[in-house]
Design a protein around this ligand. Structure first.
Ligand code: CDP
Ligand code: CDP
Length: 196
């Protein structure tokens, strides 16, 4: 059975950075599931058709990291039929040997509830806004408002809202360097692998 690491958390908490590092460390596949929602939102038109028809050319667009693409993603992500259209792809990805790391909002709660390891990565609003502002060359105050609006939409939606799974290890990266956050995450995974 493949080993699955589920990583969830709010915007710019550092989950993608940790997911990539875990995949490299353990030799697992990595899927940034946020990209599926960003690409679906960026395609425009009927969002369910857009989600069902996602191809490599959609996922490779270079405008997907923008704040506007994040907002569009969180709007279409609240539509249950859009989420349903993306489930198969995520399940097939997670079934790959020897293992997979998926990061998003509902991986530990909905997509892979049987994942061997679940991490919930978080950080204070101010730290997350500062990180994303630095990344995008944007104003931190404007970024803070943008992240809060998106987090509110993601936590309050009826279908697959953002929340930690009951059995998730919570990792607050507010005061952690990237290397320290990665080391903590590797240790959490290694603990479970040693037990199992
Ligand atoms: O995937 P997510 O949106 O949760 O966040 P990310 O893309 O992994 O990280 C957002 C930004 O914060 C990146 O520029 C990271 O390099 C940075 N970061 C950080 O400064 N300290 C950490 N402990 C983790 C990430
Ligand atoms: O990197 P960041 O955390 O800012 O965003 P992302 O992971 O690329 O996700 C963009 C948006 O897609 C989120 O704000 C959610 O609305 C949605 N999303 C989701 O609903 N479920 C997922 N598994 C991943 C993303």
């Amino acid at each position: 059975m493949p080993f699955i690491i589920a990583i969830d958390g709010p915007a710019a908490s550092g989950k993608g950075t940790i997911a990539r590092a875990l995949a490299a460390h353990f030799g697992f596949h990595h899927l940034d599931t946020g990209l599926l929602y960003r690409a679906t939102g960026a395609k425009g038109g009927d969002p369910v058709a857009a989600a069902l028809g996602l191809g490599p050319e959609d996922l490779g667009r270079d405008d997907l990291r923008s704040a506007a693409a994040g907002q569009a993603a969180s709007r279409i992500a609240a539509i249950p039929e859009v989420r349903a259209a993306l489930v198969d792809f995520q399940h097939r990805f997670a079934a790959q040997e020897p293992g997979a790391v998926l990061d998003g909002r509902d991986i530990g709660t909905v997509i892979c509830p049987h994942a061997q390891v679940k991490l919930y990565v978080t950080a204070s609003d101010d730290v997350r806004a500062a990180r994303r502002a630095a990344e995008l060359g944007a104003d931190p105050a404007q970024m803070l408002a943008e992240l809060r609006e998106r987090d509110r939409r993601d936590t309050e939606r009826a279908t697959a809202p953002l929340r930690p799974a009951g059995d998730a290890v919570v990792l607050d990266t507010s005061t952690l360097s990237i290397d320290a956050a990665i080391a903590d995450a590797i240790a959490a995974v290694a603990r479970v692998r040693a037990e199992g």
